[in-house]
Design a binder for this molecule. Structure first.
Ligand SMILES: [Zn+2]
Length: 312
């Protein structure tokens, strides 16, 4: 019998893990329970095993708690990533804001500029603009050619917030080269523009002298009917600089014309004669005539028919 008992004990001990996990069939569970009641050796082993199982395997409740904990940890990890992403976005936003506010700046509205004085240098054809803005911290001043008007230069005054403990800048000076024939605006993209310099207005005496010279050249020029209009753009030709004039003609009985600002107004019809008149800026003054309908330079101005309009 001893043999059988030892044999039984071996079988029961093999079954103990399943018994501990309650995985055995009902009769298997009963058989192990009966044996344990009778066999103190196996009971000892069973108790030892139960202890270990309790220590290493979490109970169902523990497992649930553990699962919940894992879920929370996973969710926390997601939240952490999200928070880190949000933080990075916010920081870059703050950095951009800081750069815009304190370093890059933005173009100031022209009404913030208290005054801007212009001085033209006849030697270099450059224009120096000095300005003041009491309410702005001026960061930089840039100039650029206008996208649509090729005779126009836009000056952009950029403002920034002053950094703590730094002095604010309220004055600016900028020199723009080669301004001959051009106009200059203080500009703020998208919403306003103020003209501060017009080469044509600054040189009206010169332009008047040129117009007189043109009238003397053309015998057929009728001051009542023919109007000279200076287009303030400087062309290069034959190594010289030229200013161009259009000769327009007023048609209609008893029609007259006058200037409205720098625009020509008439109660008749204004028709171009089809001629362009080029006058050299440098002395000795030279005058050229250009028929832009056939693209030919007119040799003798006396041949120019100023009574002819573009239509006829
Ligand atoms: Zn036993």
């Amino acid at each position: 019998m001893k043999e059988t008992t030892v044999h039984n004990c071996e079988i029961i001990r093999d079954l103990l893990p399943g018994y501990a996990e309650q995985l055995l069939s009902r009769s298997g569970m009963q058989a192990v329970r009966d044996h344990l009641d009778r066999c103190p050796d196996c009971q000892k082993i069973h108790e030892q095993m139960q202890k270990e199982v309790l220590e290493t395997t979490p109970s169902l409740e523990d497992r649930r708690a553990l699962d919940g904990f894992r879920k929370i940890r996973r969710r926390t990890r997601h939240l952490k990533l999200l928070a880190a992403g949000t933080l990075i976005l916010m920081l870059s936003g703050v950095l951009c804001g800081f750069l815009m506010l304190f370093v890059i700046g933005k173009p100031a509205g022209t009404s913030w500029i208290d005054f801007a004085s212009c001085s033209y240098d006849e030697e270099t054809d450059s224009l120096t603009i000095q300005g003041h803005a009491g309410n702005l911290n001026i960061q930089k001043v840039l100039w650029e050619e206008d996208d649509s008007e090729n005779t126009l230069i836009n000056v952009l005054v950029y403002e920034t917030e002053a950094l703590p403990f730094t002095a604010e800048t309220h004055d600016f000076t900028i020199t723009i080269p080669d301004i001959k024939g051009r106009d200059v605006c203080l500009a703020c993209p998208n919403y306003d523009r103020t003209r501060i310099y017009s080469w044509r207005d600054d040189h009206y005496e010169l332009i008047e002298q040129m117009e007189e010279a043109i009238r003397r050249e053309i015998d057929t020029f009728d001051p009542e009917r023919n109007i000279l209009y200076c287009y303030p753009y400087i062309y290069d030709k034959d190594g010289r600089k030229w200013l161009t004039f259009h000769a327009d003609r007023v048609t209609g009985e008893n029609a007259s014309w006058w200037y409205w600002g720098d625009r020509i107004v008439t109660d008749g019809d204004l028709e171009p004669t089809g001629y362009e008149i080029w006058v050299s800026l440098s002395e000795p003054r030279q005058i050229l005539f250009y028929d832009y309908r056939n693209g030919e330079w007119v040799g003798d101005p006396d041949d120019m028919d100023m009574t002819r309009t573009n239509e006829s």
